[in-house]
Design a protein around this ligand. Sequence first.
Ligand code: GRF
Length: 197
Amino acid sequence: MRLVVLVSGSGTNLQALLDACADPAYGAVVVAVGADRDGIEGLARAERSGLPMFVCRLADHPSREDWDRALADAVAEHDPDLVVLAGFMKLVSEEFLDRFPTVNTHPALCPAFPGTNGPGDALAYGVKVTGATLFVVDGGVDTGPILAQVAVPVEADDTVEVLHERIKVSERAMLVETVGRMAREGWSVDGRSVRIG
Ligand code: GRF
């Protein structure tokens, strides 16, 4: 399964996929990495792995629609079977999603705490358990059919940063395990139900 991975930040989820893909038995390969900004560690990781990269910056396009189409065209050049949003901090359009099956990982237990501040919102609410969710992207914000979830405890003295780092350890393992299973066993979506295998 050919993966194009889109990133906006440190790219530790990308790195976990790259490490897994080094084993041919994993069943997937990252064929390119894209980003919505320059100068991020996620792109440096792709460069160190010798992978094709592209950057598609919103500011370089006259409208959001133009940006989205340019992003989709850049992705299409690498002919992916699956697009993985791994800390990609932009929403993509329905047109993008019509072109590529796309999954996203979110650092909270959906449907709780959608948006860009999942760990902070969970901490502020005072939940004792939060986690991460891998889902098939639809037109909403962290609303798509759920592929996998992992629970992570909130500890008494957590800061947002400490909690997010704890979540990310489990998030990376969930991402790697689930994408590998999708590659090896196949997957299908029926309404809100996702079946792997
Ligand atoms: C992940 O927790 C992701 O779910 C969130 O941002 C983080 C990205 O981390 N949207 P990284 O760039 O993969 O290290």
